[in-house]
Design a protein around this ligand. Structure first.
Ligand code: GLV
Ligand code: MN
Length: 195
């Protein structure tokens, strides 16, 4: 969903002090092969956290070579039973392939319809741009998936942390009214995220 590039490439100059929509290009004389290759998704991520999953990012911030090219990738690792919690990407459609394990992948449309399927290694999914989705490891062992995006910086709105772990936090009365629950329920949820 990014704008079309106006040149072959524009390797991001992460040290540039000017700020634009995207990153300025590194001078071509300094561009090398290394700029177009990225090893950051080789390693299994650490899944020791409340969700039992971790997203390893391969967007323009980690991989400057994708700057302006309208694509990027993530790796998501799951402990047994782990979940990549409901979230959405404001700037990208996501497509992924399960590399290992068995994942329940689901998303909900703007009409509140839920679509889902359990996928095994080699099977793909697609999440339309902006829709809330999740993946949950429903297999016996570990799982991981590689996901691709049509943006060099898809962004992620993670529903639980957006609502319950923002800085500063959303006032309790907003959340008690929204979810029709008592204060203690909101406090309990907030405490799980260290808020
Ligand atoms: C998976 O949904 C991801 O956004 O990496
Ligand atoms: Mn996603």
């Amino acid at each position: 969903a990014d704008a079309d590039p106006l040149q072959d490439f524009c390797v991001a100059d992460r040290n540039a002090t000017i700020s634009v929509n995207g990153f300025p290009c590194k001078p071509i004389s300094q561009v090398t092969s290394e700029d177009f290759f990225f090893s950051g998704l080789m390693k299994e991520g650490n899944t020791s956290n409340v969700f039992g999953s971790t997203v390893t990012l391969g967007n323009v911030l980690e991989f400057p070579g994708v700057n302006t090219l309208g694509i990027s990738m993530n790796r998501v690792d799951f402990a047994p039973g782990g979940i990549n919690p409901p979230h959405s990407h404001p700037r990208a459609t996501e497509s992924g392939v399960v590399i290992q394990g068995k994942l329940l992948v689901g998303f909900v449309t703007t009409n509140n319809v839920y679509y889902s399927k359990v996928l095994s290694a080699g099977q793909m999914f697609v999440i339309p741009r902006g829709l809330v989705h999740f993946q949950r490891n429903v297999g016996e062992g570990k799982a991981f998936t590689l996901a691709a995006f049509n943006s060099h910086l898809p962004g992620a709105v993670v529903v639980p942390t957006t609502l319950f772990a923002s800085t500063p936090s959303i006032p309790n009365e907003v959340l008690t009214q929204t979810f029709q629950v008592k204060d203690e329920v909101i406090n309990s949820i907030k405490s799980k995220f260290g808020a």
